[in-house]
Write a protein that binds this ligand. Structure first.
Ligand code: PEP
Length: 250
């Protein structure tokens, strides 16, 4: 939908130290100079850098967390609540990334509760879904993605506080991408599911594509119907590569 404002989002994962704040400064400066066009721009650095990143970004780009706990506070050593992310200045949180689903055994229910925590704290939740290679080869892509969508969507979603990211697990960090036709099929399916599950808002919720997005393939992937932006891992670590992607919206 052309009225949807695209989102160019970077997920730094467990990468980056204070020196990397210079990349955020460069991305923020470029966004302020119009190099990312009409797109909203977001970087999700590791939690250790969020507060400093918010200062460096100075409101010119958004800063988000990569995960949150479902509870607001309590005895959960090592975890971070959505309220704490918000307190640090974050405005987004990624939930249900496939690395968290796999490494930490997060179920759809867990992801839904985390997304709801994000909404409770006033954050926009980016809910990630996507099939494994084995699931794709078994013809289960739409069934898997459909199950994740229905199980992970938060109650209380609006077009402002919910973003869905389709990230085929086999495309993350591998240099492999689905064809534009495959992306179109899955994004059309996600749009259909969103409209079905969230009748008043589903048509306007942003659906990002993620998985080996690079400057060289961003134009094609971002031009696919129902692709309202990108969730970028490796190529978001440098301002040069990330802006090579976000600049498709110039
Ligand atoms: C991701 O981890 O969300 C991701 C899309 O990674 P990459 O761009 O490196 O494939």
């Amino acid at each position: 939908m052309s009225s949807i404002r695209p989102l160019a989002a970077g997920n730094w994962k467990m990468n980056g130290s204070k020196a990397a704040l210079a990349e955020i400064a460069a991305i923020a400066a470029a966004a302020a100079a119009g190099e990312t066009g009409g797109a909203q721009t977001l970087i999700c650095p590791p939690a250790t850098l969020i507060a400093a990143a918010v200062e460096v970004a100075a409101g010119r780009i958004a800063i988000g967390g990569q995960d949150c706990h479902a509870k607001a506070s309590g005895a959960h050593t090592g975890d971070i609540s959505a309220e704490q992310l918000r307190d640090a200045g974050a405005t987004f949180v990624i939930v249900g990334h496939s690395e968290r689903r796999a490494d930490h055994g997060e179920s759809d229910e867990t992801v839904r509760l985390k997304a709801e925590a994000g909404l409770r704290a006033g954050l926009t939740a980016i809910v990630c879904v996507g099939e494994t290679q084995a699931q794709r080869e078994a013809g289960q892509t739409l069934a898997v993605v459909g199950g994740q969508i229905s199980g992970s969507l938060p109650h209380g979603a609006t077009t402002e506080n919910l973003v869905v990211a389709y990230e085929p697990v086999w495309a993350i960090g591998t240099g492999l991408t689905p064809t534009a036709e495959d992306v179109a099929e899955v994004h059309a399916f996600i749009r259909h599911e969103l409209v079905d599950l969230l009748p008043n808002v589903g048509a306007g919720v942003r659906i990002l594509y993620g998985g080996s997005v690079k400057p060289g393939n961003a134009h094609e992937l971002m031009g696919v119907a129902n692709v309202n932006g990108a969730l970028v891992g490796g190529a978001s670590l440098t301002a040069k590569d990330f802006l090579g992607i976000a600049s498709v919206y110039k």
